[in-house]
Ligand binder design. Structure first.
Ligand SMILES: *Cc1c(COP(=O)(O)O)cnc(C)c1O
Length: 238
């Protein structure tokens, strides 16, 4: 339903779509190859409702408890993406409804997702989170750990690896992240060549408000944009 947030969200969504489209044109890519994930963490359900009515379907959340609460009150038409670090004991909150989990970084986590997926009689799409820049503060596996992990997770029949995800460093000039995105893309090409059963490398989740145009140039198929759509976040009551 339209509400007090609709006008500003309409402008922000349109601007973002235009910039995605322009970035695709510059890269010689079809805009249909790039999915916009609106990152709604810390933002009220009314904002998500307004976006839904404006045609935005994919939303990203970081905190399992918050995602669980939003799933309970928002329509089933939302495609929920779990993009934040996920502890094994929280998988149960999101396993029934998450369309994709972007943050798988261990076999143990994948095994828990498998167990929960079986309970709900579904196969859960996941991405492997890669800490390309090897930042201490970030989760994700190192580039050299990805292929062995993919091989192990491929054996889990209720977990389907669709590709790779990375969170690039916070930088002033988005150009600085180009090598990070290029590395993730090359890694996905190399893994695809291994022809591993039950996995795909078609999805590349990379690029946020500050650097998504560079990420699109380097092959992103999913961009995760929070601030550019919903405005700055307030963590004071988190
Ligand atoms: C918060 C967050 C985003 C969105 O960040 P913005 O800079 O606000 O666009 C994207 N991806 C992940 C994993 C996040 O945690």
């Amino acid at each position: 339903m339209s509400n007090e947030f609709t006008d500003v969200l309409k402008v922000n969504l349109e601007n973002t779509m235009e910039r995605i489209q322009a970035a695709c044109e510059r890269a010689g890519r079809d805009p249909k190859e790039v999915t916009l994930i609106a990152v709604s963490k810390t933002k009220p359900a009314e904002m998500i409702e307004a976006c839904l009515e404006l045609g935005q379907i994919d939303f990203g959340e970081n905190y399992p408890q918050e995602l669980k609460e939003k799933i309970a009150i928002l329509p089933d038409t939302v495609r929920w993406h779990m993009i934040g670090h996920l502890q094994r004991n929280k998988v149960k909150y999101i396993a029934e409804k998450a369309a994709m989990i972007h943050s798988v970084d261990s076999l143990e986590l994948a095994k828990t997702i498998q167990k929960e997926a079986i309970k709900h009689d579904r196969v859960i799409d996941v991405l492997i989170e890669v800490n390309v820049a090897e930042e201490e503060s970030k989760s994700g596996v190192r580039t050299d750990e990805v292929l062995p992990l993919v091989r192990e997770i491929a054996a889990l029949d209720h977990v389907h690896i669709c590709g790779l995800m990375t969170i690039a460093p916070f930088v002033d000039d988005p150009e600085e992240n180009r090598p990070v995105f290029r590395t993730l893309r090359q890694l996905s090409v190399d893994i695809a060549k291994e022809n591993i059963d039950n996995i795909s490398m078609s999805a590349l989740s990379m690029g946020m408000t500050n650097d998504y145009e560079v990420a699109i140039k380097e092959g992103a198929t999913m961009v995760r944009i929070g601030t550019g759509i919903f405005g700055a976040r307030d963590y004071s009551n988190k």
